[in-house]
Ligand binder design. Structure first.
Ligand SMILES: [Zn+2]
Length: 128
């Protein structure tokens, strides 16, 4: 989210770091697991049913104004936010199960810029 310049200013202005601190504290307090998914995880660009990449240029899907996309893989219409949320949840569960954030595709391919956050999305999953 924070890599989008329009959203980044709004999120940073409202104290994203403070929000994360509070979320960690609340997760610990209520016995939940707090973890962060890699900032380059393509949550909105994968079909949540088949895990295949959704062509991002199709129908201008890369624009945040496009809220739905017709998936060429599962033939369903995905809500961008719901699809992304399902992918983030599944990625969090995968990280928990494997104990590593390395992805099957070989992890992050972009170099980590110094002074920037490692991740932008957060999960708080109830412990079993
Ligand atoms: Zn799909």
């Amino acid at each position: 989210m924070v890599k989008n310049p329009n959203l980044a200013k709004a999120i940073n202005d409202r104290g994203w770091g403070m929000f994360l601190t509070m979320l960690k504290y609340k997760a610990q307090r209520f016995g939940h697991t707090y973890l962060e998914v890699g900032r380059f995880f393509p949550s909105s660009q994968l079909c949540s049913e088949t895990l295949l990449p959704i062509p991002i240029l199709q129908n201008g899907y890369n624009s945040l104004g496009v809220r739905f996309v017709d998936c060429p893989h599962c033939q369903k219409q995905h809500d961008r936010d719901i699809n992304g949320a399902i992918n983030i949840r599944n990625e969090g569960l995968r990280i928990l199960a494997l104990g590593t954030s390395a992805s099957a595709q070989g992890g992050d391919v972009r170099p980590m810029a110094s002074g920037r956050k490692k991740s932008t999305v957060v999960l708080a999953i109830p412990d079993e």
